[in-house]
Design a protein around this ligand. Structure first.
Ligand code: ASP
Length: 437
């Protein structure tokens, strides 16, 4: 792949996104007509978009497992693994708590939902019980790792891969053989990820055109205050909070970071799934940002699973909106409860579309708000889901960079190189392994 290729691809993806939005809105406004609707929107675009998302998901389990095994073996000892895990966890929780706090402050100031007529929506919503904490802890250990992989249970896969990786390190020469195989496999799988990334302009175009063709922008109007408050909160997290954190905690250039975020951001936006975006996030964090595989292979899948800053922000703004619609005053204790529950709910939110709304029931229940309130915002959720998933994924990348920098393991040459970004370039740097630790 020539060195300018990642750049060209990013440009193509951005163009595909903008073209998809324009065409989708046009189709929605002008009416697609039965033929266009059946054969193009629900036919061709649906097939291309679904195949693209399926191909991305196809890579998640093999990539996370293989990459994590290689990553763990590159760490010098278990203490290092524990330290990286503790830092990542602390940063993931802290950034999420900060995100909800910002969202609540903004929503408190703007006051979305005052004067909103709740009678205008008819959609219903029924919540689902969250599992108790004890069960969540028990469920971390897979009774059958193959089943965990078949179900794509990320936390269980992480636990098994960590144990397997540690065993490989402790198995002497035989472990070495296994490691060599996994190291090569990691490069092979990343090559497959790059194939899918090359198809991204088509996949992104199909997904976005179809979403905008079916989601008219007029449904946004009655909920404009909610929509705009959340959009502003998400923008603050992405363009203010993350840059400040990168500067303060890692002395990294936020503009360079944001430029390198374009690929995973486009994937997250078009798929609304941080889980499906994992291959691209991992690729970007390792090959474009210079985070060693030993750290990225752990922080990225973990972040995709437990770190959802954008989702937590939605839950903060939605809580204030629903409270205002129902004329219920929230106290300071309620606000603190929202910060706590939204942070924990983000840990329990699966990295797939629309699950943030399900865990919102936990937050609303905590402060005594009616769960039916969710029906009010469901109509505009798809677009907001796309935006908050972009923030979720960006948060994973920010924390990965900060952890790597604090471990003095971030490859600044890669981070600062605008052309960095392919497996080939990385293997040229580290001929026998993609791991730079
Ligand atoms: N779609 C989000 C994600 O995958 C989760 C959510 O907020 O619904 O990150």
């Amino acid at each position: 792949m020539p060195s300018s290729s990642p750049h060209r691809l990013t440009r193509q993806i951005v163009i595909a996104m903008l073209a998809g939005i324009a065409l989708g809105v046009a189709l929605n406004q002008l009416g697609a007509g039965p033929w266009l609707q059946t054969f193009v929107v629900d036919g061709l675009l649906h097939v291309i978009g679904s195949v693209f998302v399926a191909a991305l998901k196809m890579m998640v389990v093999p990539l996370v497992f293989v990459s994590l095994v290689v990553g763990v073996t590159a760490l010098s000892d278990l203490k290092t693994l524990g330290r990286i895990g503790a830092k990542a966890l602390a940063l993931y929780l802290a950034t999420t708590a900060l995100a909800v706090t910002i969202a609540l402050a903004l929503a408190g100031a703007v006051g979305p939902g005052h004067g909103f007529d709740a009678g205008t929506t008819e959609a219903g919503f029924s919540g689902k019980e969250a599992p108790p904490l004890t069960q969540m802890l028990i469920d971390l250990v897979p009774t059958n790792p193959v089943a965990a992989m078949a179900e794509g249970n990320m936390l269980q896969i992480i636990v098994f891969a960590l144990l397997f990786g540690v065993a490989v390190t402790m198995s002497g020469t035989r472990g070495r053989h296994v490691l060599n195989f996994f190291t090569d496999l990691d490069v092979v799988i990343m090559h497959m990820v790059e194939w899918i990334m090359r198809l991204a302009p088509w996949g992104v175009f199909a997904l976005i055109t179809r979403t905008f063709a079916s989601q008219g922008l007029d449904i946004l109007l009655p909920l404009a205050a909610y929509f705009l408050t959340l959009t502003a909160a998400l923008a603050i997290q992405l363009f203010v909070t993350y840059p400040v954190l990168l500067r303060l905690l890692a002395s990294l250039n936020p503009i360079t970071f944001l430029k390198k975020m374009r690929d995973p951001a486009a994937f997250a936006f078009s798929t609304a799934s941080s889980g499906a975006t994992i291959p691209v996030t991992l690729h970007t964090v390792e090959y474009k940002m210079g985070v060693p595989n030993s750290i990225a292979s752990f922080t990225v899948p973990l972040g995709a699973t437990i770190n959802m800053d954008g989702t937590a922000m939605m839950q903060g703004v939605a809580t204030v909106f629903i409270a205002n619609v129902y004329g219920i005053d929230l106290t300071l204790t309620d606000y603190l409860l929202v910060v706590l529950t939204a942070t924990l709910a983000s840990v329990g939110t699966a990295a797939i579309p629309a699950v943030g709304l399900v865990t919102l029931t936990m937050v609303l229940g905590q402060v005594g708000l009616p769960v039916e309130g969710i029906a009010l915002i469901i109509g505009v959720d798809r677009l907001l889901d796309m935006m908050r998933t972009t923030v979720n994924v960006s948060g994973d990348c920010v924390v990965s960079c900060i952890v790597a920098k604090s471990e003095k393991a971030l490859d600044l040459d890669v981070f600062n190189d605008p052309a960095a970004g392919s497996v080939e370039a990385a293997t040229r740097r580290h001929p026998l392994s993609t791991s730079s630790a």
